[in-house]
Design a protein around this ligand. Structure first.
Ligand code: C2E
Ligand code: MG
Ligand code: MG
Length: 460
């Protein structure tokens, strides 16, 4: 490939060009005098031209899209001017790296696109893009501060599947978004998997936004029973979509995405409110004390307004605090603030269970300090109790410790009669799992409550 071999030769490590001096640049507004960035329309025309050449001569080309990573200026410590200076320096560096025939343009503010023709293929395109990224990321001085620009670079190799410029640009931008998800300067090469991931992700985010705005979600409730007499004592509320069914629609994926994007705050409030509303309705069916447990993510637990959200949900729905429980994970309760929140919740009369116990890293001495009601033994321990020769020593130790601390033990994920017997023998107090009951709709749990109530009322 004509110009590419030169391009690649210069990318060899240790062969610095004058441009790659490792001295920080001073921002020099004059350095871009006389150089003009191509407009988006010119870029499109250039890419369309490259596509025509590809059709005639089968020569691939690449489009690289680059933006400044927001982490390069965390909290905006360099200010708007500093960011603008970094942007200008990065632009000048990219312009200085052009080869004859390359086009550098601005797509949106802060987003550059580079078109390089006659590129051998994906490997070569990645090498070229890495070189652009390395050059853009050299440290520079701005307003007396040293800054290291971080850039996110997406690359699409044009030809093949593309019929017009906008498709190539869109692929490169998808790859750039993936690069921007990770810290530091990064280069990502487009592939179809990225598009699918992005589609699923944006579909899911739309679904979360809708779930929050028009409550288009529902909760299922999984019974928790006392192990001695299999009496229904509690139910765990579990999030489910109403209408949207993206590829990865399991509660685990949705909650993880909501946590990553901080949608968990409004979503968590809606879930809490709905669970309290439902629990209040159940109290009218039976005098039996049924506690409804709601899962709370670490981000929610760290939010100072959690307590007032809980109080608000209780007062809006008229639910007694003693009928509400929260399930928190070990990672939620490591700070002093978190322990203080636990104390406040329990002072209100709310129960607290430590969920998925055994998967986190809480030390036993830390456990001693946590004001809790129950430990929920993670499913993985229960799964290990299936075989004939199971070793229950770890579970045995956890149960002993929990009882010593005055905590109840809930065995999660009990799927078989053998597991039920094992957790009973090991002294667990409560049990939850598909063997006894799957998560069910609120109406079905209501039927279970009323039939149980009728049974209790029958003369013996
Ligand atoms: P989790 O809190 O540990 O909830 C128990 C999960 O185990 C539920 O999965 C439940 O359906 C499943 N499960 C129960 N019994 C069995 C069993 O016998 N076998 C097996 N294989 N699974 C069983 P689900 O509903 O898919 O929820 C997954 C996770 O998503 C939950 O784990 C919780 O961490 C999170 N989650 C669900 N709903 C919410 C919510 O409203 N808020 C928050 N923050 N997290 C939620
Ligand atoms: Mg849970
Ligand atoms: Mg759990």
């Amino acid at each position: 490939m004509r110009s590419i071999s030169r391009r690649v030769d210069q990318t060899q490590e240790g062969t610095e060009t004058p441009m790659q001096r490792h001295t920080p640049d001073a921002i020099d507004a004059r350095s871009d005098e006389g150089t003009r960035l191509s407009t988006p329309a010119e870029l499109q025309t250039g890419i369309d031209g490259a596509l025509r050449k590809w059709r005639r001569r089968d020569r691939s080309f690449m489009v690289l899209v680059m933006s400044l990573h927001p982490w390069g200026n965390p909290g905006g410590w360099l200010g708007d001017r500093g960011t603008a200076n970094i942007g200008r320096t990065v632009t000048n560096r990219i312009l200085a790296m052009r080869y004859p025939g390359d086009m550098v343009g601005q797509l949106y503010t802060g987003e550059l696109a580079v078109l390089c023709e006659d590129v051998g293929g994906a490997e070569e395109a990645t090498r070229i893009a890495r070189r652009f990224a390395a050059e853009a990321s050299r440290p520079l001085a701005s307003g007396g501060e040293m800054a290291t620009p971080m850039v996110s670079v997406g690359v699409a190799v044009g030809g093949g599947v593309h019929s017009q410029a906008s498709e190539v640009l869109s692929d490169a931008r998808i790859a750039m978004q993936r690069a921007a998800e990770r810290p530091g300067s990064r280069v990502e090469l487009f592939n179809e998997r990225l598009r699918l991931d992005l589609m699923t992700r944006s579909q899911s985010l739309n679904g979360i936004a809708r779930a929050v705005n028009d409550s288009s979600f529902h909760l299922l409730y999984q019974p928790i029973v006392s192990i001695g007499d299999e009496r229904l004592v509690a139910a765990e509320a579990l999030f489910r979509w109403d209408k949207v069914t993206p590829a990865r629609s399991g509660a685990h994926h949705i909650i993880a995405l909501a946590e990553e994007t901080n949608w968990i705050q409004p979503l968590g409030r809606s879930v809490l409110h709905e669970a309290c509303r439902q629990a209040a309705a159940w109290t009218r069916l039976s005098a039996e004390e049924l506690v409804t447990y709601v899962n709370v993510s670490p981000q929610q637990f760290a939010e100072p307004r959690l307590l007032s959200d809980v109080e608000q949900a209780l007062s809006d729905t008229g639910l007694e605090a003693s009928r509400l429980g929260l399930e928190v994970t070990e990672s939620s309760v490591v700070s002093e603030d978190a322990i203080a929140t636990l104390h406040r919740l329990r002072e209100l009369g709310i129960r607290v269970s430590l969920d998925d116990f055994g998967t986190g890293f809480s030390s036993l001495s830390a456990l001693q300090r946590l004001p809790l009601d129950n430990l929920k033994l993670d499913r993985s321990f229960v799964a290990g109790l299936s075989s004939d020769s199971f070793d229950g020593s770890v579970v045995d130790a956890i149960v002993t410790l929990a009882h010593h601390l005055g905590l109840g033990v809930v065995a999660e994920g009990v799927e078989t009669a053998v597991q039920l017997e094992a957790v009973r023998d090991l002294g667990c107090d409560f049990v939850q799992g598909f063997y006894l009951a799957r998560p069910v709709a609120a109406e079905d749990l209501a039927k279970r409550i009323t039939s149980h109530h009728a049974e209790q009322a029958r003369p013996r």
